[in-house]
Design a protein around this ligand. Structure first.
Ligand SMILES: NC(=O)c1ccc[n+]([C@@H]2O[C@H](COP(=O)([O-])OP(=O)(O)OC[C@H]3O[C@@H](n4cnc5c(N)ncnc54)[C@H](OP(=O)(O)O)[C@@H]3O)[C@@H](O)[C@H]2O)c1
Length: 381
């Protein structure tokens, strides 16, 4: 079956649509804006397998492809290369062959440390880059090459530290939030005056829609999609701590060499545990430890000069913190990943507690309409 535009709506394929970033894009395009979207998971279409890609796009002929897929951060070089690079480029070649736009989600990992980094400030490609950064950087460079050699219409959307709901793998910023909530961060793993850029996952779909509708302006370009103001890591950690009303982490800065030594000891300890048959892993983010100690600020000047209008300029990682904390803590508590917090704060109606301890009175309250926890559905459109 060859699927094309149905009912005049644009039809897109999103790769990585079950992830943090791709999940939001899938939701907004399909549910909010009524696009025809397919977001195959990696079992249905593994971009690691070129045959899978070929067969899939023999069946489906979309109007655009968005690639948000990424191998696990600690993947070995082979998997990183095959998914992050070969897979990304094979998709780009499909897009070039079909003559459709290809939107590639990239990362600040391709950039050096520093302030006011522009879209042209890439790190030099070298063997000692990590697998993730290397594969992203190579993808960006090959996309440029494919524009020249095969007329590819691409846009690179570079994200910094992403915040948003539905990060079910608990990575990046949400891993930081988890370590604070879990009380596994006794001190500050950073130094004073370290700033980073942040990207709001909820705004990414708006940008993607805009760049798809304005190919003339955005084709063949890279953009930093970040909040305009950078954020100090120590202040962010301490704010989360205070919102959670915790005593730790203490406002003591752990020097990088000590943090590195600690991580090394922990790695050795985990290797020992593995020999005893206990499977435990270091958080993947420890590979970025040195970045907790270095400023990396992506310039958003090009984005601001563009025709894109931020739908929620008031939103920042700080303004979203209460909502994110409520969402993740409720989720982690329910999954038994952390100890319960103050339930009044995280379950305003205390329904889960009633359900646990007084189901009869909960049912009576619901039936007598004293509380109405259900959604109201209407048959009208
Ligand atoms: N999160 C951040 O802080 C951050 C920061 C900067 C840039 N980014 C970029 O944003 C993009 C999305 O990241 P994310 O945080 O949303 O990642 P994520 O939550 O880990 O999701 C990864 C996605 O990739 C898919 N995938 C993995 N292997 C695949 C394969 N072989 N074939 C097809 N799909 C495969 C997964 O699908 P299955 O679940 O079906 O396997 C999943 O949907 C990436 O390009 C990443 O570099 C993210």
């Amino acid at each position: 079956m060859t699927k094309t535009i149905k009912g005049g709506k644009k039809f897109g394929v999103i790769i990585g649509g079950s992830g943090l970033v791709g999940g939001g894009i899938d939701y907004y395009f399909k549910k909010k804006w009524g696009y025809e979207i397919l977001a195959p998971n990696s079992k249905k279409l593994s971009i690691r397998d070129p045959k899978d890609i070929e067969e899939y796009f023999r069946d489906y002929r979309p109007d655009f492809i968005v690639n948000c897929a990424i191998a696990s951060l600690d993947s070995d070089p082979k998997i990183s290369f095959e998914i992050n690079y070969l897979g990304a480029i094979n998709l780009a070649k499909v897009a070039a062959a079909l003559g459709i736009p290809y939107i590639f989600i990239s990362s600040a990992a391709v950039l050096p440390e520093g302030d006011n980094l522009s879209e042209d400030d890439r790190r030099p490609l070298s063997a000692d880059l990590g697998n993730y950064a290397k594969s992203k950087l190579m993808s960006e460079l090959t996309l440029q090459h494919l524009k020249q050699t095969e007329g590819l219409d691409y846009t690179i959307v570079r994200l910094a530290i992403v915040y948003g709901k539905h990060d079910h793998k608990i990575q990046g910023f949400h891993r930081l939030l988890f370590s604070i909530a879990d009380q596994s961060m006794p001190l500050l793993f950073t130094r004073k005056e370290v700033f980073h850029s942040y990207s709001n996952a909820k705004k990414v779909p708006y940008f993607i829609r805009h760049i798809l509708e304005n190919r003339q302006e955005f084709g063949g370009q890279a953009y930093h999609f970040v909040d305009p103001k950078p954020v100090a890591l120590d202040r962010l950690i301490l704010t989360i701590r205070d919102i959670l009303q915790l005593k730790r982490p203490k406002a003591i800065y752990l020097p990088l060499p000590v943090a590195r030594f600690g991580a090394k000891c922990l790695a050795q300890f985990l290797r020992l545990l593995a020999k005893l048959g206990i499977d435990a892993r270091l958080p993947q983010e420890l590979m970025f430890l040195s970045q907790f100690y270095q400023t990396q600020i992506l310039s958003s000047e090009k984005l601001q000069r563009s025709s894109f209008v931020d739908p929620h300029p008031e939103q920042t990682v700080y303004s979203q913190l209460p909502d994110l904390i409520q969402y993740y803590l409720t989720r982690w508590e329910q999954l038994n990943l952390i100890n319960p917090f103050n339930e009044e704060f995280f379950d305003p109606q205390l329904l889960a507690e009633e359900f646990l301890n007084k189901p009869e009175s909960l049912l009576a309250d619901i039936h007598s309409k004293k509380i109405e926890p259900f959604q109201t559905f209407s048959s009208e459109q």
